[in-house]
Design a binder for this molecule. Structure first.
Ligand code: SAM
Length: 210
Protein backbone atom coordinates (compact mmCIF):
# COMPACT_ATOMS: atom_id res chain seq x y z
CA UNK A 1 0.00 0.00 0.00
CA UNK A 2 1.40 3.41 -0.91
CA UNK A 3 1.27 6.50 1.30
CA UNK A 4 -1.70 8.89 1.16
CA UNK A 5 0.51 11.38 -0.71
CA UNK A 6 1.50 8.75 -3.29
CA UNK A 7 -2.13 7.69 -3.78
CA UNK A 8 -3.18 11.33 -4.28
CA UNK A 9 -0.33 11.82 -6.74
CA UNK A 10 -1.23 8.77 -8.81
CA UNK A 11 -4.92 9.74 -8.91
CA UNK A 12 -4.13 13.31 -9.90
CA UNK A 13 -5.43 13.97 -13.44
CA UNK A 14 -2.50 16.25 -14.34
CA UNK A 15 0.02 13.69 -13.12
CA UNK A 16 -1.64 11.08 -15.36
CA UNK A 17 -1.82 13.50 -18.27
CA UNK A 18 1.88 14.38 -17.91
CA UNK A 19 2.80 10.67 -17.95
CA UNK A 20 0.66 10.07 -21.02
CA UNK A 21 1.83 13.12 -22.93
CA UNK A 22 5.48 12.66 -21.97
CA UNK A 23 5.95 15.78 -19.91
CA UNK A 24 8.54 15.71 -17.18
CA UNK A 25 6.18 17.09 -14.55
CA UNK A 26 2.54 17.98 -13.97
CA UNK A 27 3.81 21.57 -13.60
CA UNK A 28 4.02 21.74 -17.41
CA UNK A 29 0.26 22.28 -17.44
CA UNK A 30 0.55 25.27 -15.12
CA UNK A 31 2.81 27.02 -17.62
CA UNK A 32 0.60 25.95 -20.52
CA UNK A 33 -2.45 27.44 -18.76
CA UNK A 34 -0.57 30.62 -17.82
CA UNK A 35 0.72 30.99 -21.35
CA UNK A 36 -2.71 30.43 -22.86
CA UNK A 37 -4.14 33.18 -20.68
CA UNK A 38 -1.36 35.77 -20.97
CA UNK A 39 0.47 34.89 -24.24
CA UNK A 40 3.80 34.97 -22.47
CA UNK A 41 6.06 33.07 -24.87
CA UNK A 42 6.32 33.36 -28.65
CA UNK A 43 8.30 31.66 -31.38
CA UNK A 44 11.92 32.80 -31.49
CA UNK A 45 11.95 34.13 -27.91
CA UNK A 46 14.79 33.81 -25.43
CA UNK A 47 13.42 32.33 -22.20
CA UNK A 48 15.14 31.94 -18.82
CA UNK A 49 13.65 29.27 -16.54
CA UNK A 50 14.72 29.72 -12.90
CA UNK A 51 14.22 26.62 -10.75
CA UNK A 52 13.78 24.42 -13.80
CA UNK A 53 14.15 20.82 -12.56
CA UNK A 54 12.92 18.31 -13.59
CA UNK A 55 12.24 20.38 -16.71
CA UNK A 56 8.48 20.48 -17.27
CA UNK A 57 8.37 24.25 -17.84
CA UNK A 58 11.49 24.14 -19.98
CA UNK A 59 9.83 21.50 -22.19
CA UNK A 60 6.83 23.76 -22.76
CA UNK A 61 9.13 26.74 -23.42
CA UNK A 62 11.14 24.72 -25.98
CA UNK A 63 7.92 23.81 -27.80
CA UNK A 64 6.84 27.44 -27.86
CA UNK A 65 10.11 29.10 -28.92
CA UNK A 66 10.91 26.59 -31.68
CA UNK A 67 14.34 26.17 -33.22
CA UNK A 68 15.02 29.91 -33.50
CA UNK A 69 14.55 30.58 -29.80
CA UNK A 70 16.76 29.89 -26.79
CA UNK A 71 15.86 28.37 -23.43
CA UNK A 72 18.19 28.54 -20.43
CA UNK A 73 17.20 26.44 -17.40
CA UNK A 74 18.79 26.80 -13.96
CA UNK A 75 18.42 24.54 -10.95
CA UNK A 76 20.24 23.60 -7.78
CA UNK A 77 19.52 19.98 -8.65
CA UNK A 78 20.80 17.92 -11.50
CA UNK A 79 18.12 17.17 -14.09
CA UNK A 80 17.89 15.08 -17.21
CA UNK A 81 19.64 16.69 -20.16
CA UNK A 82 17.67 18.21 -23.01
CA UNK A 83 19.12 17.28 -26.38
CA UNK A 84 17.83 20.34 -28.22
CA UNK A 85 20.79 22.47 -29.32
CA UNK A 86 19.03 25.65 -28.26
CA UNK A 87 18.72 24.52 -24.62
CA UNK A 88 21.34 25.42 -22.02
CA UNK A 89 21.19 23.93 -18.54
CA UNK A 90 23.01 25.44 -15.57
CA UNK A 91 23.38 23.64 -12.27
CA UNK A 92 23.62 26.21 -9.50
CA UNK A 93 21.92 28.76 -7.28
CA UNK A 94 20.35 31.56 -9.34
CA UNK A 95 20.55 33.95 -6.39
CA UNK A 96 24.37 34.04 -6.74
CA UNK A 97 26.26 36.52 -8.97
CA UNK A 98 28.28 33.69 -10.60
CA UNK A 99 25.16 31.94 -11.86
CA UNK A 100 23.59 35.22 -12.94
CA UNK A 101 26.71 36.03 -14.97
CA UNK A 102 26.56 32.58 -16.57
CA UNK A 103 22.93 33.18 -17.58
CA UNK A 104 23.88 36.51 -19.18
CA UNK A 105 26.80 34.91 -21.03
CA UNK A 106 24.55 32.20 -22.42
CA UNK A 107 21.76 34.45 -23.60
CA UNK A 108 24.28 36.92 -25.03
CA UNK A 109 21.87 39.84 -24.85
CA UNK A 110 18.42 40.27 -23.39
CA UNK A 111 15.62 37.78 -22.67
CA UNK A 112 12.00 38.10 -23.67
CA UNK A 113 10.71 35.97 -20.79
CA UNK A 114 11.93 35.28 -17.27
CA UNK A 115 9.95 32.55 -15.55
CA UNK A 116 10.34 30.95 -12.16
CA UNK A 117 8.52 28.06 -10.59
CA UNK A 118 11.22 27.91 -7.91
CA UNK A 119 10.25 26.68 -4.47
CA UNK A 120 12.55 27.10 -1.49
CA UNK A 121 13.36 23.96 0.47
CA UNK A 122 10.38 23.83 2.81
CA UNK A 123 10.86 23.42 6.55
CA UNK A 124 7.14 23.07 7.29
CA UNK A 125 6.93 26.26 9.38
CA UNK A 126 4.50 28.36 7.37
CA UNK A 127 5.91 31.82 8.10
CA UNK A 128 9.49 30.79 7.40
CA UNK A 129 8.54 29.00 4.17
CA UNK A 130 6.59 32.06 2.99
CA UNK A 131 9.51 34.36 3.77
CA UNK A 132 11.94 32.10 1.90
CA UNK A 133 9.57 32.09 -1.06
CA UNK A 134 9.34 35.90 -1.01
CA UNK A 135 13.16 36.13 -0.87
CA UNK A 136 13.34 33.97 -3.98
CA UNK A 137 10.84 36.20 -5.78
CA UNK A 138 12.99 39.28 -5.04
CA UNK A 139 15.98 37.44 -6.52
CA UNK A 140 13.89 36.61 -9.60
CA UNK A 141 12.75 40.25 -9.92
CA UNK A 142 16.39 41.40 -9.68
CA UNK A 143 17.39 39.04 -12.48
CA UNK A 144 14.40 40.12 -14.57
CA UNK A 145 15.40 43.78 -14.17
CA UNK A 146 18.91 42.97 -15.42
CA UNK A 147 18.10 40.77 -18.36
CA UNK A 148 14.58 41.44 -19.62
CA UNK A 149 14.21 43.37 -22.82
CA UNK A 150 11.72 46.19 -23.06
CA UNK A 151 8.18 44.74 -23.14
CA UNK A 152 9.47 41.41 -21.86
CA UNK A 153 7.37 39.21 -19.59
CA UNK A 154 7.86 37.77 -16.11
CA UNK A 155 5.99 34.88 -14.51
CA UNK A 156 6.84 33.51 -11.08
CA UNK A 157 5.46 31.40 -8.29
CA UNK A 158 5.07 32.72 -4.78
CA UNK A 159 3.63 31.38 -1.54
CA UNK A 160 1.25 33.96 -0.18
CA UNK A 161 2.05 35.43 3.20
CA UNK A 162 2.39 38.75 5.02
CA UNK A 163 5.11 40.10 2.71
CA UNK A 164 3.25 39.16 -0.46
CA UNK A 165 1.47 42.47 -1.07
CA UNK A 166 4.63 44.53 -0.65
CA UNK A 167 6.43 42.33 -3.19
CA UNK A 168 3.51 42.70 -5.59
CA UNK A 169 3.48 46.48 -5.17
CA UNK A 170 7.19 46.57 -5.97
CA UNK A 171 6.36 45.30 -9.48
CA UNK A 172 3.85 48.01 -10.27
CA UNK A 173 5.51 50.68 -12.36
CA UNK A 174 8.08 48.16 -13.63
CA UNK A 175 5.58 46.28 -15.81
CA UNK A 176 2.66 47.72 -17.77
CA UNK A 177 0.36 45.05 -16.33
CA UNK A 178 0.75 43.05 -13.13
CA UNK A 179 -1.60 40.12 -12.58
CA UNK A 180 -1.96 37.32 -10.06
CA UNK A 181 -3.55 34.01 -10.86
CA UNK A 182 -3.83 30.40 -9.81
CA UNK A 183 -4.01 28.09 -12.82
CA UNK A 184 -6.54 25.22 -12.72
CA UNK A 185 -3.71 22.71 -12.43
CA UNK A 186 -2.39 24.32 -9.23
CA UNK A 187 -3.61 22.24 -6.27
CA UNK A 188 -6.42 24.02 -4.42
CA UNK A 189 -4.90 23.37 -1.00
CA UNK A 190 -1.55 24.88 -2.01
CA UNK A 191 -0.99 28.53 -1.04
CA UNK A 192 0.98 29.07 -4.25
CA UNK A 193 0.03 31.89 -6.57
CA UNK A 194 1.53 32.94 -9.86
CA UNK A 195 2.49 36.54 -10.43
CA UNK A 196 2.63 37.75 -14.01
CA UNK A 197 4.32 40.96 -15.13
CA UNK A 198 3.55 41.88 -18.73
CA UNK A 199 5.53 44.37 -20.82
CA UNK A 200 8.57 45.32 -18.81
CA UNK A 201 9.18 49.07 -18.78
CA UNK A 202 12.91 49.51 -18.03
CA UNK A 203 12.91 53.21 -18.78
CA UNK A 204 9.87 54.27 -16.83
CA UNK A 205 10.86 57.02 -14.43
CA UNK A 206 10.03 56.38 -10.79
CA UNK A 207 7.34 58.72 -9.52
CA UNK A 208 8.67 61.08 -6.87
CA UNK A 209 6.92 60.81 -3.51
CA UNK A 210 5.45 64.12 -2.38
C1 SAM B 1 8.65 22.97 -8.21
S1 SAM B 1 10.26 22.71 -8.80
C2 SAM B 1 10.18 23.33 -10.44
C3 SAM B 1 9.40 22.47 -11.37
C4 SAM B 1 9.61 22.85 -12.81
N1 SAM B 1 8.96 24.13 -13.12
C5 SAM B 1 9.04 21.82 -13.75
O1 SAM B 1 8.08 22.12 -14.47
O2 SAM B 1 9.58 20.73 -13.84
C6 SAM B 1 11.16 23.96 -7.96
C7 SAM B 1 12.65 23.91 -8.22
O3 SAM B 1 13.23 25.14 -7.76
C8 SAM B 1 14.59 24.85 -7.50
N2 SAM B 1 15.22 25.96 -6.76
C9 SAM B 1 14.82 26.52 -5.60
N3 SAM B 1 15.66 27.52 -5.24
C10 SAM B 1 16.61 27.60 -6.21
C11 SAM B 1 17.75 28.43 -6.40
N4 SAM B 1 18.06 29.41 -5.53
N5 SAM B 1 18.51 28.25 -7.51
C12 SAM B 1 18.19 27.27 -8.40
N6 SAM B 1 17.12 26.45 -8.26
C13 SAM B 1 16.33 26.61 -7.19
C14 SAM B 1 14.51 23.55 -6.73
O4 SAM B 1 15.76 22.89 -6.72
C15 SAM B 1 13.41 22.80 -7.49
O5 SAM B 1 13.94 21.89 -8.40
Amino acid sequence: MGSKWQMEKHNDPYYKKAKKEDYRSRASYKLKQLDKKYKLIKEGNTVVDLGAAPGGWSQVALEKVGEEGIVVGVDLNRFKKFHEENYYGIRGDFTTPEVQEKIMELIGGKAKVVMSDASPSLCGIKNIDQLRSIDLTYAVIGIAENILEEKGNLVMKVFQGPEYKEMLDSLKGKFRHVRTTKPASSRKKSSEMYVVGLEYMPNKKKRKRK
